[in-house]
Ligand binder design. Structure first.
Ligand code: HEM
Length: 178
């Protein structure tokens, strides 16, 4: 499969970044929501270490993806016969996903640094963990996480609608099926 996208299909770099990011975000939502409901202790610290390191990966993948589109690749054309309002809605959701992911990563790091938890996550400072809810960026982190979930529901719902209701095999453009 070619590295760059064609007029009909995404290329292998865009497909690899898309599915790696999707997997990492599912893990981020699960680990973040779990950690928030855990009592303080070594297990929570371990989960938050995983959350922070995977979050870094999500940030790097998203910046790489933006660079890839701006410099090296061009998006495939729109699926044929789509009305303009639906094309605008798709563009808006895709842009929203980029922005929301970058806000999640930066508000996560800001929370950790402002509370001093970076010394526990990336060093050997002793427990207990700080009260994250005292850091203003954590309020942003919690609200934007819900917005991210809403955008993902619309994004996945639209992909399934294309595939199974409209029958235009949109998933094959992103490497799923033929
Ligand atoms: C795409 C990226 C990310 C997603 C989807 C995500 C998701 C979440 C979610 C859903 C929560 C629970 C929020 C709540 O209960 O209101 C959470 C908590 C948290 N996140 Fe993230 N996060 C991301 C990136 C990061 C990064 C990069 C860091 C730090 C390096 C981070 C640090 C934290 C911390 C410290 C908590 C608090 C856990 C607790 O309350 O004990 N997050 N995250």
């Amino acid at each position: 499969m070619p590295l760059r996208s064609s007029a009909q299909k995404y290329g292998s770099v865009a497909i690899a970044i898309h599915w790696l990011t999707a997997l990492a975000i599912v893990l981020m939502l699960a680990s973040g929501l779990n950690a928030a409901n855990m009592p303080d202790g070594a297990q929570k610290l371990g989960l938050l270490r995983f959350h922070a390191i995977t979050g870094m990966l999500v940030g790097v993948l998203t910046l790489l993806r933006i660079l890839w589109w701006l410099v090296f690749d061009k998006h495939p054309g729109n699926p044929p016969g789509m009305p303009a309002p639906q094309l605008w809605a798709a563009r808006l959701v895709h842009l929203g996903l980029y922005v929301v992911i970058l806000v999640m990563v930066s508000s996560g790091f800001a929370t950790v640094i402002l509370t001093g938890a970076n010394l526990q996550l990336f060093g050997n400072a002793p427990l207990p963990l700080p009260d994250f809810s005292l850091a203003p960026p954590f309020t942003v982190h919690g609200i934007i996480a819900r917005l991210l979930i809403a955008l993902l529901v619309v994004h996945i719902g639209a992909a399934l609608w294309h595939q199974f209701v409209r029958g235009d095999r949109l998933l094959a453009r992103m490497g799923l099926g033929r």
